[in-house]
Design a protein around this ligand. Structure first.
Ligand SMILES: [Zn+2]
Length: 291
């Protein structure tokens, strides 16, 4: 069993790493890929992994929403583009220094969904942030090529749109020139673009969304992904499983790596294979991609 996308540095996970890892290991858990999303969490992410170096692997990346969060959400009104350019350059310097500790670049990608939540953002700013996100992602794809590292990609659109997936696929083709690999984590996009993702050799990460009543579209996506391209993840502490959500005795509801067992159980039914077989194949996928 593996968890290919989680944020162990976030609370409440970070408060009890030994217990979280133990819960995972007693369920036959082998590897956890913890993701960093900006400059601030790099050191804590690496320090957490160093506590369990045989189990916790590190991904370092710049999350697409960090640019908006660090600028206009903090009241910045001028020179936002320049600030973000410098932020990317500074992050790259840290990445170059730390790359030997790293198994993947992530969390990276594009997110045009968050703009829809911000009432104050102007249409000019949206155009600018899309450019910044694409620039940042392109630079991270170039780094993936340089260091032969896989990418853990987040691509989130406003419902019924596919712009981030299309832009991601284009940037991967342009910058990666067919030699970068990786996974689309928590893919909830259009099913017709799934073929392009698979054609590019990418994997697809499935989490507790497949256990939710509302997850029918992602269960359909899972049906179409071949076994040798499936990865599991929790995206913890976000996305607790359905059994956690429904359990009134659990006060603090969050996702942790041992939840992959429940996710895999649902996936095995959907794929009509035994859990053992699904676990063995998906663990091999993790090893092939990240190790
Ligand atoms: Zn994530």
């Amino acid at each position: 069993m593996h968890d290919s996308h989680i944020h162990l540095n976030l609370s409440p996970l970070c408060n009890n790493i030994p217990e979280i890892v133990n819960n995972f290991v007693i369920q036959n858990g082998k590897h956890i890929l913890t993701q960093s999303t900006d400059q601030v969490d790099i050191n804590e992410t690496i320090a957490i992994a160093q506590q369990f170096p045989d189990i916790i692997d590190v991904a370092l990346g710049l999350h697409p929403t960090c640019f908006e969060e660090y600028t206009i959400q903090k009241g910045m009104t001028k020179n936002i583009y320049e600030y973000c350019q410098k932020y990317i350059c500074d992050w790259e310097k840290v990445f170059e220094k730390e790359n030997s500790n790293v198994k993947a670049i992530g969390e990276t990608g594009l997110d045009y969904f968050q703009f829809s939540l911000n009432q104050k953002i102007t249409s000019e700013q949206i155009v600018m942030f899309k450019e910044i996100q694409k620039h940042s992602f392109a630079r991270q794809i170039t780094l993936a090529k340089k260091y032969d590292l896989p990418l853990s990609i987040h691509a989130r659109d406003v419902q019924e749109q596919n712009e981030t997936v299309q832009d991601s696929l284009r940037l991967l083709a342009e910058q990666g020139k067919g030699c970068v690999k990786g996974s689309f984590h928590s893919y909830t996009g259009d099913i017709y673009l799934l073929g392009d993702i698979l054609d590019l050799g990418f994997y697809v990460g499935f989490n507790a969304i497949i256990t939710y009543k509302s997850g029918a579209n992602v269960r359909d996506i899972l049906k179409r992904v071949p076994l040798d391209r499936i990865l599991f993840e929790t995206d913890g502490p976000f996305l607790p499983t359905q059994s956690t959500r429904k359990n009134g005795k659990i006060k603090e509801k969050f996702a942790q790596p041992s939840d992959v067992k429940e996710i895999m159980g649902v996936a095995a039914e959907i794929k009509n294979v035994s859990i053992e077989k699904l676990e063995a194949i998906s663990d091999e996928n993790y090893t092939n991609l990240f190790l």
